[in-house]
Design a protein around this ligand. Structure first.
Ligand code: 13P
Length: 343
């Protein structure tokens, strides 16, 4: 199956009332882990790469690995998505390469650190929407600013400094025409999200519900959605790691989000933890080993387990065969006719 439009995947998820995990990758083993999990659970899937991932793996390697995934797993609808594009040029280069979906994160300025004004965010996101839709490519925008820093991208802080204002969310969608909207509800990237199990004072699910009430037909995106399970932290620490106690986003809160318009759920940290724990275990238990396959195989298996579990919890499991992919050229025509109708 060719790489699929994220818009189609999310429209189908909305019809079926489920969410779709968007998993970050940097290398072949992570892509393999996700595809194996998708096959096992019969799930449509979004694989995403940040600017850091593109630099680490080189665009062409990444793109051809994704093509290999779509060839080897023809039954799985697969989206290749740019995570946190910082500028029009970054999004354009992803579209030119063959990504079927891009995130323009105009909530921050091009430096990826300084919060942008609403007007700046609208202007750059709108420009990306025009280009992307002309090419049949999906766009995710962001309003409000997430906490934490990932791959050098992020404003830092706790995630509560710039929680999304529901009124602004409505204006932002109207003025930009994005296909999906990332919102800030107190989550942050990375392992250190919360210092105890989060409640409504730090994880603003009420804001998410309020946004969904005003934008019932918009696909919402939850970033910073790793659950940071204690079992994964424990494996790392048991084998010489030094993680401080920390809490992520409980899966039941994500499921509440899915009942309230969340269609895309970003997960990276949980997979990083699973991989690192598995590698540490091999190094400690069998220090005589030095073949990378001896630790990359269990690492890949550990990540697959986490991804398969999330696919089941988000509800995407079992939905891979529900629909035939709409070619990107057809998406291009659809966007063009929507634009004409809007005039
Ligand atoms: P986590 O760090 O919670 O996995 O979030 C990843 C993310 O939101 C990528 O955009």
């Amino acid at each position: 199956m060719p790489l699929v439009s994220m818009r189609q995947l999310l429209d189908e998820a909305a019809k079926g009332g489920y969410g779709v995990g968007a998993f970050n990758v940097n290398n072949m083993e992570q892509i393999q882990a996700i595809m194996e999990a998708a096959r096992e659970t019969r799930s449509p899937v979004i694989i995403q790469a940040s600017r850091g991932a593109r630099a680490y793996s080189q665009d062409k390697f990444l793109y051809h690995l994704m093509l290999a995934a779509s060839e080897l797993y023809p039954e799985i609808p697969l989206v290749m998505h740019l995570d946190h594009g910082n500028s029009f040029e970054t999004c354009k280069s992803a579209i030119d390469l063959g990504f079927t979906s891009v995130m323009m994160d105009g909530s921050l300025q091009e430096d990826g650190k300084t919060p942008a004004t609403f007007a700046e965010n609208v202007a750059v996101t709108r420009k990306v929407v025009q280009l992307a839709h002309d090419c049949g490519v999906t766009v995710e925008g962001e309003i409000g600013v997430l906490g934490g820093i990932e791959d050098g991208h992020g404003a830092g802080g706790t995630g509560l400094e710039h929680v999304t204002d529901p009124n602004q969310a409505v204006e932002f969608v109207e003025q930009t025409g994005v296909d999906a909207l990332a919102i800030a509800i107190g989550t942050s990237h990375g392992a250190y999200k919360f210092s105890k199990k989060p409640d409504g004072s730090v994880l603003k699910m009420d804001v998410l519900v309020a946004i969904h009430k005003r934008l019932p037909n918009v696909h919402l995106v939850m970033h910073g959605s790793s659950s940071v399970p204690k079992e994964l932290q424990d494996v790392i620490n048991q084998y010489g790691g030094k993680l401080k106690p920390t809490w992520g986003v409980p899966v039941e809160e994500i499921q509440l989000g899915i009942r309230n318009g969340v269609r895309k759920i970003n997960v990276d940290t949980d997979n990083r933890l699973a991989i690192t724990g598995a590698i540490r275990k091999v190094f400690v238990e069998t220090p005589e080993k030095f073949d990378p396959r001896d630790y990359m195989k269990p690492a890949r298996e550990a990540m697959k387990k986490v991804v398969a579990q999330r696919m089941t919890q988000f509800g995407q499991a079992g939905h891979a065969g529900d629909y035939a992919p709409i070619p990107i050229a057809e998406m291009k025509k659809r966007y063009a006719s929507e634009a004409v109708a809007a005039k």
